[in-house]
Design a protein around this ligand. Sequence first.
Ligand code: ZN
Length: 243
Amino acid sequence: MKKIDAHAHIGDFGSWAGVDGSPEQLIAFMDEYEIEQTVLCAKDHTGNEGVAEAAARYPGRFIPLVYLNPLEGADICREKVETYVDGKGFRGIKMNPLRHAFVADDTAVDPVMEMARSRHLPVFIHSGHPPYSLPWSIALLAERFPEVKTVMIHMGHGHGVYIDAALKMAKRFPNIYLEMSGMPMGVKIRQAYEEVGHDRIMFGTDYPFHHPSVEIQKVLTCGLDEAAMQDVFYNNAKKLLGE
Ligand SMILES: [Zn+2]
């Protein structure tokens, strides 16, 4: 089954994570596991140039996102959006409230969301870790910017209560999309497909944090039929990214 990986990184995370993602290994995984394209971001806001280089080196394989830290200020974020989105064809924005220590719905995020709105860019936000990146806070941001497609990466991540909240918030706000990497409960992928919407749950790997074969198995065993799995694996990311 062909796939689009809706969330992966390149870069050396070091520290507690001890993982290091390279474009070469990612492409090798993509070829092995029928992943046509990967939505790619850096390890943080300092790595956008490496993502641009990887996208240029492997044409058509990566859908690059510009990684922003809203706490750098609106001017620096605007410069990065102009350089990478306007100048180099990046297709969306990535933020991680946990890594940069801002609450997802902080007003500091507003200038970024306004740029996303005016350019029709989806915004990918890490979810699942207190106190900054919980589904309720991401939902408060999505509520303020109903025109911005907001992807709740990891759909609550490792905690059942947060996963449940991700589903509830996505049901409430039609501009919230879910991505399942790192989220252990396959049954929640099916529940999201059935209750949130057929086009609002996407497959992802969070490479280099997880092996593609593990993330693929969660979709294959979640109880959806083949046509539905094709939506999760491929069609929904294709549609979100406007192809
Ligand atoms: Zn990630």
